[in-house]
Design a protein around this ligand. Structure first.
Ligand code: DCT
Ligand code: MG
Length: 510
């Protein structure tokens, strides 16, 4: 791999090149004819620009000296999306509807690869609006600036795990959680949406100007951003983190089986620590909460990717013992590429599935684990699925497939008694596992629904309802205009039915 040379890092061979490359016939040494690059001098400087232009040309890229309507990719450095948009607005040049506005990191990756690399959300300074899927009324014309702000819907944004605004999104998530604990749904949703949209932003917010044009940033959200920009922290977040009620709810809800109602009750009774609650003889615990306390240390320590892989082997082995052709797919955060999670989620299906196997599979699997001594807790939920029912109108509704919420005993691969928090001589870890079984023809909907993130799912359903007059849930997609159910064999088909660009699982970390 050739290292990138900076303009001042030694002498360079000069090579004759054409100034103002002709639009009609590109010079013969251009290898990648679909791309026409323009490198923005603003904030980059003329020396570095000249260096990058020459390097790109040497690698076979077509680079224009001037901005024109044939340019397909604008490359900028140290500019935010709004900086570039502002610059474009005063250029008085009509731009291509396919125009991409990218950070220099994209060009550098291309130079390393020696060919164009795919543009992702991490490179895009401005996300292009897809005009083809959203025809506006009136005469068809190329918009003067075919670049548009981020969508208000997470399902129209690509959100990888590369979050360059963590300082803000962490703060918003604390505030959202506090509002959830106080059952203020409106404010909770406002901060969750704001966190979600900033996670998709390909550049860090450095000033309030960078927030212009970003959707889902209400005034109360902007106040928090402003304070963090000025002081490095938010006083509101600080106050929440020190708040006794927040701290107690955070602690209580960290126990498997404890929700808001129980937390509220314990808080009102004056409890502040788990040890006091655990040892109180007047309190009654559900079976779930008892398991939650029993395996507390293991369950609060996150599941690693390696542990998820090991659980995956256990699940496949058990399911295949009874249904050898079953598809067993990891869903949830691990499917989105997360390296840790609070549980491991699986979707199980098979083309051979009958009503009988559907009823018997999960009980058989549980029974097998019980006999092997791996079952620490289970809650089996029978199917309430009705094929004819329309998708739920509720954004957060649970699905009706048979499922099982479990705690499994995962034996360590290597006995390592020095692991922190591990009890002496204990060679296993309790892991939360969710299994969902769905009819084969519903697998695409179930997979899409169980892959998450929650915010992505909420916005998919909101988008379907408000933008398409359709209803989507984990079972089906219903078109209310045509009054028909739309079938799908894959997630791609569901996105296509909704008129959405396909978003890969690792880009759904909204
Ligand atoms: N899900 C949903 N609505 C809910 C609960 C879950 O749409 N009310 C979907 C989204 C994610 C998936 O199910 C799995 O849920 P979790 O395991 O809670 O989330 P996760 O993304 O896997 O996160 P974690 O890493 O914490 O397990
Ligand atoms: Mg999960």
């Amino acid at each position: 791999m050739e290292a990138l040379r900076m303009p001042h890092s030694g002498p360079r061979k000069k090579r004759p090149r054409q100034m103002g490359a002709s639009v009609a016939s590109p010079p013969p040494d251009i290898k990648f004819r679909d791309l026409v690059l323009f490198i923005l001098e603003k904030k980059m400087g003329s020396t570095r620009r000249a260096f990058l232009m020459e390097l790109a040309r040497r690698k076979g890229f077509r680079v224009e000296n001037e901005l024109s309507d044939c340019v397909t990719h604008i490359v900028a450095e140290n500019n935010s999306g709004s900086d570039v948009l502002e610059w474009l607005q005063v250029q008085n040049v009509s731009t291509s509807s396919q125009l991409e506005v990218l950070d220099v990191s994209w060009l550098i990756e291309c130079m390393r690869a020696g060919e164009p690399v795919e543009t992702t959300g991490q490179h895009q300074l401005v996300v292009r609006k897809d005009y083809s899927s959203d025809p506006s009324p009136g005469p068809q014309k190329t918009p003067p600036l075919a670049v548009e702000k981020l969508s208000q819907y997470a399902c129209q944004r690509r959100t990888t795990l590369n979050n360059c605004n963590r300082v803000f999104t962490d703060a918003f998530e604390v505030l959202a959680e506090n509002y959830e604990f106080r059952e203020n749904e409106v404010s909770c949703v406002a901060f969750l949406r704001a966190a979600s949209v900033l996670k998709a932003l390909p550049f860090p917010i450095l000033s309030m100007r960078d927030t212009e044009g970003i959707p889902c940033l209400e005034d109360k959200v902007k106040c928090v951003i402003e304070e963090i920009l000025e002081d490095g922290e938010s006083s509101e977040v600080k106050a929440v983190l020190n708040d006794e009620r927040y701290q107690s709810f955070k602690l209580f809800t960290s126990v498997f089986g404890v929700g808001l109602k129980t937390s509220e009750k314990w808080f009102r009774m004056g409890f502040r620590t788990l040890s006091k609650i655990r040892s109180d003889e007047t309190l009654k615990f559900t079976r779930m909460q008892k398991a939650g306390f029993l395996y507390y240390e293991d369950l609060v320590s996150c599941v690693t990717w390696e542990e998820a892989e090991a659980v995956s082997m256990l699940v496949k082995e058990a399911v295949w013992a009874f249904l050898p052709d079953a598809f067993v797919t990891i869903t949830g955060g691990f499917r989105r590429g997360k390296k840790i999670g609070h549980d491991v989620d699986f979707l199980i299906t098979s083309p051979e599935i009958t009503e009988e196997t559907e009823q018997q599979l999960l009980p058989k699997v549980i029974n097998l684990w019980e006999r092997k001594g791996l079952l620490l807790y289970y809650d089996l939920v029978e199917s309430t699925f009705d094929k004819l029912k329309q998708p739920s109108r509720k954004v957060d509704a649970l699905d009706h497939f048979p499922k099982c919420f479990l705690i499994l005993k995962l034996h360590h691969q290597r006995v390592d008694s020095s692991s922190p928090g591990q009890q002496e001589g204990k060679n296993w870890k309790a892991i939360r596992v969710d299994l969902v079984l769905c009819p084969y023809e519903r697998r695409a909907f179930a997979l899409l629904g169980w892959t998450g993130s929650r915010q992505f799912e909420r916005d998919l359903r909101r988008f379907a309802t408000h933008e398409r007059k359709m209803m989507l849930d984990n079972h089906a997609l219903y078109d209310r205009t045509k009054r028909i159910f739309l079938q799908a064999e894959s997630e791609e088909e569901i996105f296509a039915h909704l008129g959405l660009e396909y978003i890969d699982p690792w880009e759904r970390n909204a």
